[in-house]
Ligand binder design. Structure first.
Ligand code: IMP
Ligand code: MG
Length: 182
């Protein structure tokens, strides 16, 4: 994508998952997760900022005892993964002995997730499950095990529902495509 990619009005971008489709994804994921962890007092760890909206919708569909925490990481400049993951904000509470569900917005190359899984395992959680709203398996450069996937996508760059391009478009209530799959 050229650096001078013209700013769009968010609502003008082509929709690929409507609010209704996103809500259906979240309901299904919540049911799957409930079957696995409802009795475990799990901690849900959201990866900021992209998972903000997904995480908040997901936990409101979960009717059992749980806690939440957040990590903030950075690996992207515009739409290109730098491959280097940095922790910008660490967890507030220890996860040793806890059952953890990591909540991601989208898994692309897998670099971020593979780094985060290693990082979390180093604290000796009782278990680690990974949930992502979106999966782009075609872009994978590192193998990662994902337990819950909301929706699989081709290679287009998507924005909205928390996801950004250079920090913009997170406020779209649906998921839109910024760059069509090539
Ligand atoms: P990965 O390390 O390449 O798997 O990238 C993971 C992170 O990059 C995700 O958590 C997103 O924050 C961001 N990302 C990857 N693809 C997209 C996209 O299509 N739109 C917005 N953000 C993306
Ligand atoms: Mg992310």
């Amino acid at each position: 994508m050229p650096p001078d990619y013209p700013p769009h009005l968010p609502a003008d971008l082509p929709v690929i998952l409507s609010r209704r489709a996103l809500a259906a994804c979240v309901r299904r994921l919540a049911a799957e997760i409930t079957r696995d962890v409802a009795t475990l007092d799990p901690v849900f760890i959201g990866v900021l900022k992209g998972s903000l909206i997904f995480m908040s919708d997901l936990i409101r569909r979960l009717d059992f005892r749980l806690t939440i925490d957040f990590l903030a990481v950075s690996s992207y400049q515009g739409d290109t993964s730098t491959g280097v993951v940095r922790i910008l904000k660490d967890l507030d509470h220890p996860i040793t002995g806890r059952h953890v569900v990591l909540v991601e917005d989208i898994v692309d190359s897998g670099q971020t997730l593979s780094y985060l899984a290693k990082y979390l395992w180093a604290s000796n959680p009782a278990s680690l499950r990974i949930c992502t709203l979106l999966d782009k398996p075609a872009a994978r450069t590192v193998a990662v095990d994902i337990d819950y996937v909301g929706h699989r996508l081709e290679n287009g760059f998507v924005v909205g529902y928390g996801m950004d391009y250079n920090q913009h478009y997170r406020n779209l209530p649906h998921l839109a495509v910024l760059e069509e799959p090539s």
